[in-house]
Every structure is written in C-alpha cells, then in structure tokens.
Ligand binder design. Sequence first.
Ligand code: ADP
Length: 346
Amino acid sequence: MSELDISNITKDYGSSRALHPISLTVERGEFVTILGPSGCGKSTLLRILTGISQPSGGEIWLGGKRIDQTPPEARDIAMVFQSYALFPHMSVAKNLGFGLRMKKVARDERARRIAHALDICNLAGLVDRMPRQLSGGQQQRVALARAIVMQPSLLLFDEPLSNLDAKLRDTLRHELTELHRRIGATSLYVTHDQAEAMAMSDRIVVMNAGKVVEIGTPLELYRAPKNAFTAGFLGQTNLLPVVAEGVQGCLPWGTPVSLDRAASGNVQVSVRPENIGIRTDRAGAGTVSTVYFMGANALYSVEIGKYHVRVSQSGVESLIEAGAQVTLDFLGPVHLLNDVCSAEAA
Ligand code: ADP
C-alpha cells in the first residue's frame, strides 16, 4: 500500500462541487506535487488532508491507517505554509520545540531532533532569534525545520516559496530538493508554479476545475502529455489541428508532419517551441510578428494564415526581424494529444 492513498475524495459546497472524485497516491519517500491554476481545488484538498475541512465523500489512508475522520492534531502530518505561520513571540528554538512538547517528546530527544533540524536547514547561528529578526528566507527555513522535527508520516507544503523574491525562491527550491534527497520524507507539495513543480518533483499531479487531469513524472508530462491542458500548463506549447492518416499528418497550412503514433482524421498535436526550426525564406508561408531575445534563446511568434506559432531558437547569433517571411521546420515527429482540437485557431 502507498504511504498516502487519497481515494475518490469529493467536496461539495452546497450545490457546487469543488472536488470531483480525486484519487492519488504518494509512495514512501516520494516527492509529489499537485499543480494547477488558482481555483482548481488545491487548498480545498489540503484542508481536507489536514483535517480542517471534512470531505463530502471518499477515503484518505496514511501509513496504513484511515485518517479522513481523525481529528487534525491526531493526524501524523506536518505542514509548511506559504505565510510561514511562525509563533511571533517565540524564539527559533522554541518554535521548533513547541510541537514536540505538545506531543510529550522527552527533553533529550527534543534537543537531539531540534539540533538536527537546525543543522540540516542551515539555521545553526539563529537559534535564539525571534521571527521578526529573520529574513523571509530564514523564516521559511524555520517553518521547514519546525515541520521536520515532528518526523511526520507526511510533509505537506502549501506554496511555501511564493512569498519570496525570484532569486531566493530559486535558492530555497534548490535547498528543498537537496533536503528531500537527504531526509527522504514523504512529501506532498502544492503549487501553481510549473517551473517549481518540474524542478522538484518525482511525480506531478495536474489538477484543473476540481479534477485530476493527469499524473506523471515531469519528463513524461512535458514530453508526452495526454491532453491539451497539461501540455499548455507545463511550459509553452503550440496546440495545432492536424488531419492524420496513420503516422502521417498535415498541418492546416499544408505542411506535412510525422506523428509519434498512428491516428486518423481530425486530431490535435502539441509541438514545443524548441522543436520547431525557423529560417528566413522569401517564399515562406510564415511572417514573424514578434521577436523576444531572452539571452539563452530567442522566442519568435510566427503568423501562418490564422495561426500563431511560437518558436524558440537557442544559441542565436543573429536575430530574424519582425516582418520577415520564414519557413518553419517541424523537427522529428510531433506529439499527438488524446483530445481533439476544440478551437479552430491555436
Ligand atoms: P485553489 O486553492 O486551487 O486556488 P480552492 O480550493 O481555494 O482552489 O477552490 C476551489 C473551488 O472551490 C473554487 O471554485 C472556490 O470558489 C470554491 N470554494 C473554496 N472554498 C469555498 C467555500 N468555503 N464555499 C464555497 N466555495 C468554495
């Protein structure tokens, strides 16, 4: 059995359903991220996991025990919040010791666990500081240490990096990944930030509109998403209609492409901008509408008929200017999605 098993959890608010049956598992030591846009039900699911809110249906099992009816304080779960939620009137050491004292952990064991957590969270010199004397990054490290000392069966993270500036977010993301590698705590991380999810997770659960859309490793979901929502939410992509026959297909402007699996009729493909080549060609069907030079790569938006195709070119030595006529080369087979194109224009 998985360490965490969420089985058919639903949540209704009156007549509106916030969570359709949600099922997912986290294996022992695994780092799983729930990724989805605002309003998709992430907080609702977190509140149900912690016990603050009751599910309308379904079961939650943690460490072989059913916990969905267990009071919050009796669930073996520790949470790291977006807002840190440190006790403002307690020093770092007291913040870390509070939960352990509540659980009546013996003094020696408390001291040992606190020293260890301070050490692995790089907080050794800050033990007597009050939260107001710490930077945002240090406060978040204390919040993490406070969760780790509890040695919970499950560590829950609620968008813990979103209050930090971009550089610090990068640093802490790296530290969190390192830390997870060392302590191997079973972790469920919630975020709307796809870059964070891709960089940190063993597996990602993509959610939308109260449903699990798709579950997979970052590589699987980026390279071979099953549906358009996942393809568009994880990185940039071009969703294009194709008329298929076997593994051959034809783009709306007549360019032939090969597909990564056989299909027939009207289908939809996802092509990452980095998998499209671009070259100037006076007879080309495309016109460059915008050019963004990003340093490591250049991003072009190319108009072909009513379609806008995004192309990323790396190692650029000279840029193609807006207004230029271009031909696009579709490198390798394009990825066929399970859902048929709903919009005519991409
Ligand atoms: P997320 O955390 O992904 O932004 P939420 O879990 O907060 O999403 O919300 C999911 C859906 O449930 C939203 O449509 C939201 O409006 C609705 N919702 C959340 N809490 C309540 C509530 N207490 N009463 C009614 N609807 C709610």
